[in-house]
Design a protein around this ligand. Structure first.
Ligand code: ATP
Ligand code: SF4
Ligand code: MG
Length: 314
């Protein structure tokens, strides 16, 4: 069953910033989609759009087959029980004046789930689920390490047993030594609870670890989407190839190294035709004139490029 579908989703901010500019995606029940791209390409805006934390100004968004594109906030509230979110900064998302027990019980209270006793039991179960101890319930966010705080944020996101979880750079603020632990926890929970997940990160290794299917964003648009093996093993879009080449270990990959030239253009004034053309090593005249469609080259492998193909010498 398809849980979430976005069609031609758009969001423009003040100043004409086209943060998300015509994105299609679909996430099935229990499925994880990874979303990668450089800073500012619109990942968080897309994540906030699919959660309806911000309202799209174009396109259609459906959840469980219902059109929620412009669903009023009051009607959204009931749906939010079914959508969890984990942000990058657990400090920003956890009220410092609330104990862990209060933080974990709050979503239950807000949605009118259970009574005092059943909520206390649920708090214990949630702590156990994320690898924290019963005595942690009485403590406050500042008493925890960054990794533990993110565990609390994950427990809180899962309190209402959502079917869909959005993780926006969930480990980017953590020490490298802690990142793998939190990623492993997220993957284990995703599998065990059968969660559908949109996993957003600029970190390719994290996305590769988490997501069997990956979408690559550039300047507000998806430029390539494919199963993990194809994205990392045989990427077809020059931008994906450049992203991978930037993190390739010297000597480990036979992939030829591509250095991205120039800055990311302003999303308020994107280049004509293909948006990547100002930095693309393969660009020709046609690329300035014609917008490449996101075309399916192989089952489940979509690429927006006039000249897709694996690199020579790979
Ligand atoms: N509330 C806002 N008002 C105006 N512009 C915004 C707003 N939020 C984001 N933007 C702009 O929209 C574009 C996309 O931003 P977004 O945060 O979605 O990117 P991102 O891919 O999540 O980047 P990062 O990797 O840095 O988190 C950027 O140009 C950003 O400056
Ligand atoms: S359409 Fe042209 S500019 Fe765009 S990615 Fe393909 S080759 Fe490069
Ligand atoms: Mg972001």
């Amino acid at each position: 069953m398809t849980l979430l579908v976005a069609r031609d989703l758009r969001k423009t901010f003040a100043g004409g910033v086209r943060a998300v500019d015509g994105v299609d995606l679909s996430i099935g029940a229990g499925e994880t989609l990874g979303l990668v791209g450089e800073s500012g390409c619109g990942k968080s805006t897309l994540a906030r759009l699919v959660l309806r934390l911000i309202e799209p100004d174009g396109g259609v968004l459906a959840f469980r087959g219902n059109d929620i594109t412009h669903l009023p906030e009051r009607a959204m509230r009931a749906l939010r029980r079914d959508m969890g979110v984990v942000f990058q900064d657990p400090f920003g998302s956890l009220n410092p004046r609330m104990s862990v027990a209060q933080l974990l019980a709050e979503p239950l209270r807000v949605h009118g789930i259970g009574n005092g006793a059943s909520r206390a039991a649920r708090v214990s179960a949630l702590l156990d689920l994320v690898g924290l101890l019963p005595e942690h319930a009485a403590r406050y966010p500042h008493e925890f390490s960054g990794g533990q705080r993110q565990r609390i944020a994950i427990a809180r996101a899962l309190a209402t047993e959502p079917a869909f979880l959005v993780c926006d750079e969930p480990t980017s603020a953590l020490d490298v030594s802690i990142q793998a632990q939190v990623l492993n926890l997220l993957r284990e929970l995703q599998e065990r609870l059968g969660l559908a997940c949109l996993f957003v990160s600029h970190n390719l290794a994290a996305v590769r670890h988490m997501a069997p299917r990956v979408a690559v964003m550039y300047l507000g648009q998806v430029v390539e989407e494919a199963p993990r093996e194809a994205i990392f093993g045989a990427p077809q879009h020059p931008y994906t190839q450049a992203l991978l080449s930037a993190v390739a270990e010297p000597g480990a990959a036979r992939r030829q190294r591509i250095v991205l030239k120039g800055e990311v253009p302003s999303p308020a004034d994107p280049p004509s035709g293909c948006r990547f053309r100002t930095r693309c090593p393969r660009a020709v005249t046609r690329c300035a004139a014609e917008v490449p469609a996101l075309a399916e080259l192989a089952p489940g492998h979509r690429v927006a490029c006039h000249f897709p193909g694996v690199l020579e010498g790979v």
